[in-house]
Design a protein around this ligand. Structure first.
Ligand SMILES: [Mg+2]
Length: 452
């Protein structure tokens, strides 16, 4: 068939969903090490939606994993292919919620969740790829594509099933209409100042005290007003590291601590209170992400230290319960854990409804690139504020993306390029594809030689 460049055919369709198992050998430097995940190889189960539009545009999305099992995440992406091939590109970009509803609603795949785990993360990757394509076709970065959208249309993108008792569609509409007041002024402020970030880079559990001190001081010099320390392996070590960090940054810099689900409820309370003399700002993931009432109990017992969670919260329903039960001070949305932009819209609306600040989880591979768009939309056109809000930042693996995040004075600069900043460089894919990319093939050959 003939195609005209730069003029998408009205009848263009999805022709391929290409998937890739991409793994980075981060465990070798102890980058990303914490009390539950001592040796992560940051990985992406990556999907590319290709079309016959002839405009050169593709939709990119991924689920983040930390190594082994990424092949299972890729298999889950592959299982969604029949829902996507042949779909009209115009229709799916005009209503990404239709993709979300069809994938979440597959009556057989639903048994694998519902709306949680590997299958739901695969759906999130594909839904995010749809939004990436929609924003690229509109020529806007995703944050602006969302901020420019009408409140009624945004409400149509949210699945209110199971959350209507906490947030009804008319309440969501009212929040979005209120969010339009002053949106132009905030968009200008965002372009000028960016969105505040905090850094986890000094605080990985595997780093020495000297490295912690050096990186903490560098973070302050770079303009960050908050850093984060991984805790939870050994209490005496944590007390020493917390003291070291506090001495390095002084009293005015916030230090959050992150236990990555290491504790039961009682241990979480005792450990957090043992660190309290060093003024931790929040305790993150003190216990299982499913234990809503446990978080509420911890929050009552460690006040004024704040309680934060969300990077492993599986869907909007658990977030609803965390908010309804007063279990969290800080909601840590993740761009690639739940069912994509549509479900994250629901989560941002729930947070706005309860007045709880959203400080997204990021880092990993590509999570900073994605989630900045959601926070920037929230600032411009929903909550209307960055007060008590920061996006996590980790200085790893950005070089593998076509449009990497840019940090200026501890702030995320607003992206300009159309799309969701999800597109990975072809050379990075060719190098780190597992197990046959050039890095992993050479690594396997070296291992064979060493053991021969
Ligand atoms: Mg964390």
């Amino acid at each position: 068939m003939s195609v005209t460049p730069h003029k998408p055919s009205a009848g263009s369709r999805i022709t391929a969903v290409d998937t890739y198992d991409i793994r980075f050998p981060t465990s070798r430097e102890l980058d990303g090490s914490d009390a539950m995940n001592p040796d992560p190889d940051y990985s992406a189960a990556y999907a590319v939606l290709r079309t016959d539009a002839g405009d050169g545009l593709e939709g990119h999305g991924f689920a983040f994993t930390i190594g082994r099992g990424n092949e299972i995440q890729v298999a889950a992406l592959d299982a969604l292919r029949p829902h996507l091939i042949g779909r009209r590109v115009d229709d799916m970009c005009a209503d990404p919620g239709s993709v979300s509803r069809d994938l979440v609603g597959d009556s057989q795949l639903r048994w694998l969740g519902p709306e949680k785990g590997v299958m739901h993360m695969a759906i999130g990757a594909v839904v995010n790829a749809t939004w990436d394509l929609a924003a690229k076709r509109d020529g806007k970065p995703l944050w602006r594509f969302l901020a420019d959208a009408g409140p009624e249309w945004l409400v149509s993108q949210v699945d209110f099933r199971y959350i209507e008792d906490a947030l009804a569609p008319d309440q969501a509409l009212a929040l979005l209409r209120r969010g339009r007041d002053g949106a132009g002024r905030r968009e200008a402020a965002l372009r000028e100042h960016g969105y505040p970030g905090y850094t986890t880079s000094p605080g990985w559990l595997g780093y020495s005290d000297d490295k912690l001190t050096r990186l903490a001081k560098e973070a302050v010099a770079d303009g960050f007003t908050q850093i984060k320390l991984k805790v939870g392996a050994d209490l005496q070590d944590d007390i020493r590291r917390m003291r070291t960090a506090r001495e390095a940054v002084g009293p005015d810099i916030r230090i959050a601590v992150d236990a990555n689900q290491r504790w039961g409820v009682r241990e979480a309370v005792a450990w957090t209170n043992a660190l309290a003399p060093f003024d931790p700002y929040w305790i993150e993931e003190p216990t299982s992400p499913d234990d809503v009432l446990g978080h509420a109990a911890i929050r009552r017992a460690v006040h004024p230290v704040k309680v934060a969670t969300g990077e492993h919260v599986q869907n909007r329903i658990v977030f609803k319960q965390l908010l309804q039960s007063g279990a969290v001070d800080v909601l840590q949305m993740d761009a690639a854990r739940v069912g994509g932009v549509n479900e994250n819209l629901a989560i941002l609306l729930l947070a706005a409804r309860y007045g709880v600040p959203v400080c997204p989880h990021a880092g990993g591979v590509g999570l900073c690139e994605l989630v900045q768009h959601l926070s920037m939309f929230d600032y411009v056109a929903l909550s209307g504020t960055t007060e008590h809000r920061v996006i996590e930042y980790v200085d790893h693996l950005h070089e593998h993306f076509e449009d990497p995040v840019r940090m200026v004075g501890g702030h995320y600069a607003a992206p300009h390029a159309p799309g969701f900043s999800a597109t990975m460089r072809p050379k990075s894919i060719a190098t780190y594809r597992y197990p046959d990319g050039t890095f992993w093939a050479a690594d396997a050959a070296a291992t064979r030689e060493a053991t021969a």
